[in-house]
Structures are given as structure tokens and as C-alpha cells.
Design a protein around this ligand. Structure first.
Ligand code: MN
Length: 485
């Protein structure tokens, strides 16, 4: 990308939603350009094209002015002679704080020692606790680096792709930023398994081409029927990413067994219209009953909302419909950063509050950070709990609870409430009693039976839990009751 093109693209994007602050953003560009003057990227391009591209990614999310400035300046403290104080003086304390936060997450994690890698990963994870914008800028930074990964040597490409899959993809998922998550995953897969990627891409194209006519007809039919019911809608085909299909193929035998390969997205105005649209769709096509999910009443742990239903179309082809409002659509794409679209001034405060109160992984991060001093141990546990594959189980009230793979009913109980863990005498999963070290599975419905007079946690429970939360609470209990026992 040429510098002029990047700059005018950024200007156009910013001015589309922020008319007043271009001067200060331009100043940040000038400042970064001056300091990066003689630096080149591995592609041979002027270095400034990179911060410009990062700022463009942020402008797509309608980022606030401080974030855009920090995006342009994100490499100046680390890579040039510019200092924290200078950034603070020329801009403001928030911009300096954000740049500093991004800088502390160093770039050279892959060649450093275990302790340094661990320290760095810890900074990334904990950065979100201080100000989620630090991690959002870092994600934009990584996204652009991934987009230009072809200029690196193969072994570096693989290492960077692996690190991205391990750390950045889950982070993007946790803050609900599906757009970034999906693009990152696809690029990683492309570099890690180029043959498998191309093979699957081809297969998907054949399937999409052969079903296009039918799907387009369904779009028109649903739209027409909704209109008759007085509901205005925006309907489009949604193609699955190569990587997400690849992931599904790990558990499903063949591509034909994936029920949401063909997907139609229906966007309406209100929540009520979502349910009306569901009725309309089910009246047109018989639903595949086991494939109905109401994420409006029970949002995912990253706040994703929609109704998913799979139906039989003509020729018994399975097609998934995703129904949601415009607002939910924005959350589905941008997650936490969707606040930038509607809350101009208070967005960053609202974002941080929402993160603390509603996003389940935030509590786990705080818990880990306050209970573990050693960096390597911290990262080990964080990987186990936050970055390994999670399972989703339900309470008897239907609330969805996210737990790491391998979690037991004890982990579940302590996640709900300390007292529930401390008084549990039996665990029942899907109406069957199970032992305390039973490994919970996706979709399990878990009931904990308690008796406050009879039972207390035993030492050997420590071997039956995987979450730090449960481990710490059991140790607390044992410690405080040591004399009595
Ligand atoms: Mn950078």
C-alpha cells in the first residue's frame, strides 16, 4: 500500500463517522511518519504504511480518537527515538497510556526465553483488565501483520501463525470480535496447512455454486413472505469460512454432515420481529428440530445474540437461518467494540464496565492474575482455562456456563457460588448421578445437591478440579478449617 493511498483511505473512513477530530489524527500520522522516516517493512514498503493500515482497521470499528492516535503511534516508543513523555505532551495522557500498553506487549516473543514469553503473554491477557483498547489495538496490529505475512520466511510464518491461533484468536473470540477472529483464523490455517486450505476452499466453492440458485430463491421467498406480514428485512447469504468448516470436519465425518454449511442471515428491526420471522421461516420450510437455538434469551458468554434454526429446503437440503436485529448483527461482527458505533463519548468507559460485568472470561482473568504470581504457572493455567477448547454446560435454569475442557461438577459448583461448592454432596448430570471427577461434556445439564451440615471439601478434591477458581476456594476452605479437623 502506498502512503498517500493509505492516508486518504484513513481520512475517508474517519470522516465518515467523526467529523471533528481529523486534525489531531493527522498530527499523530505526521508524528509517526517523522519518527519512522527511514524505516522499511520486510515488504520493502515505507514503515508508516503499517501504522496507517492498523489505524484503518480501527477506523472500520469506528474507534474513538484516542484509539486512532494510539494506533498510528503504536510502534513509535518501541522502535524509534520518541519517548512516552513526548507522546503525552504532544497528545494526551490516554494516548500515551495506550501506546505504552501496546509497547509493553513486545513483538519478539517467539525467539525469547520461556520466562520472557510467559511475561509477555501475561501482559497481553492482563492488558485487557487495564483498558480493553490496548488489546484491541494489539489485535489490529496482529491482523495487519498476518495480512502481510507472505514477506516473512516460512518457519517464521508458521511460528507466528501458531502464536496467533493460540493467543490472539481466543482473545478476539472472548471480546466477541468475530470479524477479526475469523480473518485471523483463516490466514493462520492458510499458512499452517496450505494444501488442506486450498483443497477445502475448492470443495466449498463447488457446494456454494451448486446451491446458489436454490438459496437465492429462498431469500426471495422469505423476504416476500415477511413483507406480507409487514416486516421489513435485510436478507443475505452467509458463507462459512474455510477454517470454521475445517474445525467442524474434525468432529463430523464428512462435509455433508455439517448442518450450517449453507446459511442465510435475516436481519429485522426488533426482537419481536425476530420471533415472527422464525415463525414465517418454519411455515415455509420444515424445521430440523434438534437444530434450534435461541441465543436471544440465552446469549453466548461473549454476548452474541441471534436465533439459529436449521430447516429442510427443497430436495431435503439442510439450510441454517440466523435471525437477528441490526444491533445484534453489530455485536456479532464487532463484539465489545460495537459500543464505538453508538456511544461516541462514553464508549470506552461503557466497554470496560460491560467487560467486567458481562463477559465471563474477564472474571477468570482477574482470578488468575490475583492468585498466581509466577508467570510460567500463570500462562500454563491461562492456557488451560482460557485458551484451550471450552465446553458449555447448563444450569437447571438453562443458564449457559463456560468451563475449560476437563472441568468436573466441582469446578461447575464453585463457578456458580462458593457455598454451592463447599456444601455439595452429589452431582447430577442429565438426570443421572455422576462421580465428582466426571468430565463434563458440552450441553450437559448439571444439578448440584447440597447439604450444609454434612459435607465439606476434602483434600483430594484438589485432584478433581481444573479451574484455578475451584482450587483456590477449596484451599481457602481447608486452611480456614484446619484446626477443627
Ligand atoms: Mn506494529
Amino acid at each position: 500500500m502506498e502512503v498517500d493511498i493509505g492516508l486518504s483511505l484513513l481520512e475517508k473512513k474517519v470522516k465518515s463517522y467523526n467529523k471533528n477530530d481529523w486534525d489531531i489524527i493527522y498530527k499523530a500520522y505526521k508524528f509517526a511518519d517523522k519518527y519512522h522516516k527511514n524505516q522499511k517493512r520486510e515488504s520493502g514498503e515505507a514503515y508508516i504504511t503499517h501504522p496507517l493500515a492498523v489505524a484503518c482497521i480501527l477506523a472500520n470499528m469506528h474507534a474513538d480518537t484516542d484509539t486512532l492516535c494510539a494506533g498510528l503511534l503504536h510502534d513509535v516508543i518501541e522502535d524509534t527515538k520518541a519517548s512516552y513523555e513526548e507522546v503525552e505532551k504532544e497528545f494526551n495522557p490516554t494516548v500515551a497510556f495506550l501506546v505504552d500498553g501496546v509497547t509493553k506487549i513486545s513483538k519478539m516473543t517467539l525467539l525469547s526465553s520461556n520466562e520472557l514469553i510467559a511475561q509477555n503473554i501475561r501482559r497481553i491477557i492482563v492488558g485487557i483488565k487495564k483498558d480493553a483498547r490496548i488489546v484491541i489495538i494489539k489485535l489490529a496490529d496482529r491482523l495487519h501483520n498476518m495480512r502481510t505475512l507472505n514477506f516473512k520466511k516460512t518457519d517464521r510464518q508458521n511460528k507466528i501463525a501458531l502464536e496467533t491461533l493460540e493467543i490472539y484468536v481466543p482473545l478476539a473470540y472472548y471480546i466477541g470480535s468475530y470479524q477479526i477472529k475469523n480473518e485471523l483464523e483463516n490466514i493462520c490455517f492458510y499458512y499452517l496447512k496450505p494444501d488442506a486450505y486450498r483443497d477445502l476452499e475448492k470443495k466449498l466453492k463447488v457446494i456454494h455454486d451448486s446451491s446458489k440458485k436454490l438459496l437465492n430463491k429462498m431469500v426471495i421467498d422469505v423476504k416476500t413472505k415477511l413483507k406480507q406480514e409487514g416486516i421489513k428485512s435485510h436478507i443475505e447469504l452467509q458463507y462459512k469460512d474455510v477454517y470454521s468448516v475445517h474445525k467442524k470436519l474434525i468432529t463430523k465425518a464428512t462435509i455433508e454432515n455439517i448442518h450450517d454449511l449453507l446459511c442465510i442471515k435475516v436481519i429485522v428491526k426488533t426482537v419481536k420481529e425476530c420471533y415472527l420471522a422464525l415463525m414465517v421461516i418454519h411455515s415455509l420450510y420444515p424445521p430440523f428440530t434438534y437444530k434450534f437455538k435461541d441465543y436471544i434469551v440465552k446469549p453466548k458468554t461473549n454476548m452474541y445474540q441471534a436465533i439459529h434454526t436449521t430447516v429442510f429446503s427443497e430436495g431435503n437440503l439442510l439450510v441454517q437461518f440466523q435471525i437477528r436485529t441490526k444491533e445484534m448483527e453489530r455485536i456479532a461482527m464487532y463484539g465489545l467494540t460495537s459500543y464505538w458505533f453508538k456511544n461516541k463519548n462514553m464508549a470506552s468507559i461503557k466497554m470496560q464496565k460491560d467487560l467486567e460485568n458481562n463477559f465471563q472470561f474477564f472474571k477468570s482473568i482477574s482470578e488468575l492474575d490475583s492468585s498466581i504470581k509466577d508467570n510460567i504457572e500463570f500462562v500454563k493455567r491461562a492456557k488451560q482455562e482460557l485458551f484451550s477448547k471450552n465446553i458449555y454446560v447448563r444450569t437447571t435454569q438453562g443458564e449457559i456456563i463456560e468451563l475449560p475442557t476437563g472441568a468436573t461438577p466441582i469446578d461447575f459448583a464453585y463457578k456458580i457460588h462458593t457455598d454451592l461448592g463447599n456444601t455439595m454432596i452429589a452431582s447430577i448430570v442429565n438426570d443421572q448421578a455422576v462421580p465428582f471427577d466426571y468430565k463434563l461434556q458440552n450441553n450437559d445439564r448439571v444439578r448440584i445437591v447440597t447439604d450444609s451440615k454434612v459435607f465439606v471439601p476434602k483434600d483430594d478434591w484438589l485432584n478433581k478440579v481444573v479451574t484455578t477458581n475451584a482450587r483456590r476456594k477449596i484451599m481457602d476452605f481447608i486452611k480456614s478449617h484446619e484446626e477443627e479437623r
